[in-house]
Design a binder for this molecule. Sequence first.
Ligand code: SF4
Ligand code: SF4
Length: 171
Amino acid sequence: MKAPFPFIPWNTSALWREVNAGFAHLLRAKKTALADTRQLADQLHASMASLFPLLNDLCAITCTTCSDICCQRAYVWIDFKDLLFLHMTDIPVPGAQLLSARGEHCRYCGQHGCRLERIQRPFVCTLYLCPAQTLRLREDPTVMHATTEALQRIKRTRQAMETAFIRALMA
Ligand code: SF4
Ligand code: SF4
């Protein structure tokens, strides 16, 4: 039996407004208790930003001539950890969820690529390295290894940030 399609969270403007207002309220109400979460979010910010020059270079080589743009068919969204990260680091939250329903194109996919800053995009967009990019990366096994390690580290920090957030709320 096929697994059902996952549910796209906060996929209407009302839900999007509601979840972001909820985060803003919690961040104000639990400011002191969220110090650890904020520190992890800042760490995450630095780790992500350190990968962007490499990703920009890869994109300049592969995306400009791509005939099958992954963003046109991506079934991805901003998840809880993404939103938490944006709020904790004061990075502007995009105006809406990427998609409101399956079958749509990501609303941020523009003629010249993604219209969001890299740091605003859901982590899944950073994590995804298409076959053309993976091939390029494999040309230098040291860089490939470092990139894989960095992505794994980012995943762990995202998890730690979420755990710290939940702990702070329960304290
Ligand atoms: S990441 Fe890969 S699949 Fe996506 S647009 Fe760039 S080259 Fe194409
Ligand atoms: S947010 Fe940007 S990178 Fe991610 S799917 Fe949409 S257009 Fe692509």
